[in-house]
Ligand binder design. Sequence first.
Ligand code: ADP
Ligand code: MG
Length: 638
Amino acid sequence: MEERGSPDGDPARNLEQGPEGPETPIQVVLRVRPMSAAELRRGEQSVLHCSGTRTLQVSPPGGGPDVAFRFGAVLDGARTQEDVFRACGVRRLGDLALRGFSCTVFTFGQTGSGKTYTLTGPPPQGEGVPVPPSLAGIMQRTFAWLFDRVQHLGAPVTLHASYLEIYNEQVRDLLSLGAPRPLPVRWNKTRGFYVEQLRVVEFGSLGALMELLQMGLSRRRSSAHTMNQASSRSHALLTLYISHQTMPPVDPREPPAGGKLCFVDLAGSEKVTATGSRGELMLEANSINRSLLALGHCISLLLDPQRKQSHIPFRDSKLTKLLADSLGGRGVTLMVACVSPSAQCLPETLSTLRYASRAQRITTRPQAPKSPVAKPPQHLETELLQLQEENHRLRSQLGQMDPKASGLIGARVAWAQRNLYGMLQEFMLENERLRKEKRQLQSSRDLAQDEQRILAQQVHELERRLLSACYLHQPGPGPAPPCPCVMVPPPPCHALPPLCPCPCCHLCPLCRAPLAHWACPRRELHLPQVFGSKAPADMPLPARPPPWVPPCSPGSAKCSRERSHSDWIQTQVLAEMLTKEEVVPSAPPLPMGPLNTSPVLRGGAAVPNLARRLEALRDQIGSSLRRGRSQPHPSEGT
Ligand code: ADP
Ligand code: MG
């Protein structure tokens, strides 16, 4: 019984029509590995028989009906690696990749069925020991063929390679310079799914490529279990990028545009009970099985006749993402299904055969990327030269422009870019400095105003006391009543005694002289009685009133007459009389502070005048007191 027929489709032949070729089925080749030594020792018989070159007969043990499967090619255990390479038609795929198509070869099947052997030969026998040429797999043979082909092409071809594995659903770079680390899988419109930051290595010789392969194989995860002593625990993808462009890609991290040839060595599905996997091995097995299940699911949906409308869940696993283009996209795909002839593996073998049969009914629509690959290389070279010439010409034209003008504009733009931010910063600093200065000035002004107020009060009080004393000691018709305000003890600080209501405190509002004295029309007559010609001869006679005298209002009628010098002498002499009465100045002490914070320096407008007046008053009183001690009291003489 033949379960499924296979379409006779040769992808290379079909694609001769052009890049926008017809729908092309996935090519499937079946490889049956020979019985292993252990299986032979157990006396097992093969349940698989080849019938011709394309049909496989399955004879279930126990006498059930045979089942036949038809593939593009069926290769039994007697076939060599070279036979497999030739039968698979990999060289045609290589040709398509050289023409710019994206081609994939992947092996599929149960663990221990010979997938890795088919692609890369037997596991390495030691570190750095190469695979014997006769046992080299499809990959090494394709590499050798490709280099031979490129040499005979006569056109420049650039070759790059990347090698990654999907281990426990993590993509790891097998060619990374450091230890492999997980890389993200991304998607964009032009590239489809791709691995970000994957190292793509350019190589120029077969030896270099073989070294890259060896490096990846040695770093790939593999473990031993009961069914395979060197079981791959990850899916491995080696990709060759074939480009006819001589110019490097715009983004150096991207592989150059051109054809691709990708080799995928899938990890095998396994029954954990059969392999005896435990711990980490079991986790790996679960991860492998899950991704293979996702792959099988995608293959099933791709076979759906309504699949154009249906959604294919390629995003379900990293593996299906990276195989999306090969399975349902624009690539050309070859699947090598590997099976074991052992009766013990029959359920898995039948499953693989069913999947492989279905896979070969999947069609893709191969399409070469729109790159200059299709153009003849000579044309590219000419175009490149033309562009270089144009670039050179434009540069020289730019250089011939007025260098002064262009230099000035450039300098201005640079200055603006450089200085706008700097200017802003400077303005902010300046602003802050000015604010600080303003705050300092305001506090100085407040302080000066306080001092001015205190000094004015002191001056006023001293004047008042001095003039009151003068008035009290003036000889009159009756004894002068003592003024209580002069007897008030000094206040503690900044508090002045209230003015007494006596007439002596009633000062002229214009010149602030006591009204009782200065307003007296006969005051001129009184003065000689007080001083007469007995004024001391050594007393200085200033031409102007002393500075402590409050200024007169210029428009004042009362002060239109300048006070005579004798008026000030009288005040001085009367002040001396205070010494006997032990009058204590009631003015508060001057505000203490550093020299540079004196009112004069701090800049109140009226403060210097007041300070001078206060100082003059003090001098006046002091000198009067001194003289009073050395001379007889004037009242004694009268
Ligand atoms: P898989 O990759 O499918 O798990 P392997 O390729 O590792 O299986 O093969 C398992 C074992 O079988 C290896 O020891 C390998 O050498 C051996 N083997 C597989 N295929 C063949 C073959 N065609 N001829 C000789 N030995 C083979
Ligand atoms: Mg393997």
